[in-house]
Design a protein around this ligand. Structure first.
Ligand code: 13P
Length: 332
């Protein structure tokens, strides 16, 4: 590999031109073969990335996949905390994220130092962190959760155990409401889900009276209250495939529609826009930073690589493995 250029470092991704006439999808698959690399993609990424990925999933499935892959290189098409989780679970692998600017607003809403101080101020509380956190925040956590297992993991603690939940105040409030717990919530949120509110959703519900409303639990309480089903991206997808309904109002990042349409081609999926939207969709601008061209260059030059310092990784791996163990035990 040639030396990492200053211009790449300044940008956080590689902007080398792709040779004219290159079929990017074919070239990426060829590089994966030559380098024994796998591509993992979250449902919120662009459809063409989901199409070329070896594995597409929700946060829980992606963590599991990273723990079990035998590839030498993992290319994470998603946001930075996902690549960090991969690295923590597979420290001997090279983990690439095609654009270092692909951060997560929710993870950013929980700076590790401030969260550590909050934890220290409540020594009688166990600490539950959503997977959308930095490795350093996970390092001061007892158990990590995703939206696919948060309820069950919270319920695995004795009722009298005091709990801190961070960083998503909406997911935390939702879990409090369905478990009867009174977890202390960190005041963070996802900039995509936080934008949804009820006016456009209610109008669409009137327009499509038979439609089922699919809501991600990172949405605000009044939006969650209108849902037929609340769940992780994988849970919403599963419901859409299995349901007898034929029309669905989808209240989460609109990238998930790609897999919904692919897996349930005869059904109608309508992305619900946020009330302040003029374009009719709600996309995560960080997820959308990952493109085919950046994936190609990242694989070609094996950069940008994600690193996690040994001490942070040693502390962060424990709550992640605890989550994977509890989830496996509960059959989630
Ligand atoms: P899930 O895929 O676990 O539902 O999480 C969505 C998300 O917030 C990804 O950043």
């Amino acid at each position: 590999m040639e030396a990492v250029k200053e211009s790449w470092k300044a940008k956080g991704y590689i902007d080398e031109p792709v040779p004219e006439g290159t079929d990017l999808k074919a070239a990426i698959r060829q590089l994966c073969k030559e380098k024994n690399a796998v591509i993992l993609a979250h449902y919120y990424t662009e459809g063409d990335l989901q199409d070329i990925a070896d594995f597409v999933g929700d946060s829980l499935a992606l963590a599991r996949q990273a723990a079990r892959t035998e590839a030498d290189i993992i290319v994470m098409c998603g946001v930075h905390f996902m690549a960090e989780t991969n690295k923590i679970l597979s420290p001997e692998k090279k983990v690439l994220i095609p654009d270092l600017n692909a951060t997560c607003s929710l993870a950013e809403s929980c700076p590790a130092d401030a969260f550590a101080a909050f934890v220290k101020a409540h020594p009688d509380h166990k600490v539950i962190s959503y997977v959308n956190t930095s490795a350093a925040t996970k390092a001061v956590t007892d158990v990590v959760v995703t939206s696919g297992n948060a309820r069950e993991i919270v319920e695995s603690f004795p009722k009298e155990q005091k709990l801190i939940f961070g960083p998503d105040r909406n997911l935390g409030a939702y879990i409090n409401s369905i478990t009867g717990r009174d977890m202390l919530l960190w005041d963070g949120a996802c900039h995509v889900h936080e934008r949804f509110s009820t006016a456009k959703l209610v109008a669409l519900m009137k327009e499509h009276p038979g439609a089922k409303v699919l809501v991600h639990p990172e949405c605000k309480g009044p939006v969650v209250k209108l849902a037929d089903v609340v769940g992780s991206t994988a849970a919403l997808l599963k419901y859409a495939i299995q349901s007898e309904a034929d029309t669905f109002l989808v209240v989460t990042e609109s990238g998930i529609l790609h897999e919904m349409q692919r897996r349930a081609p005869g059904k109608t999926f309508i992305p619900v826009p946020p009330d302040d939207s003029t374009c009719g969709c709600n996309e995560c601008n960080y997820m959308r930073l990952i493109t085919l061209k950046k994936v190609y260059n990242s694989l070609r030059y094996e950069w940008p690589e994600v690193h996690v310092s040994a001490d942070i990784a040693a502390a962060a791996v424990k709550p992640i493995e605890r989550m994977l163990d509890i989830s496996a035990r509960l059959g989630l």
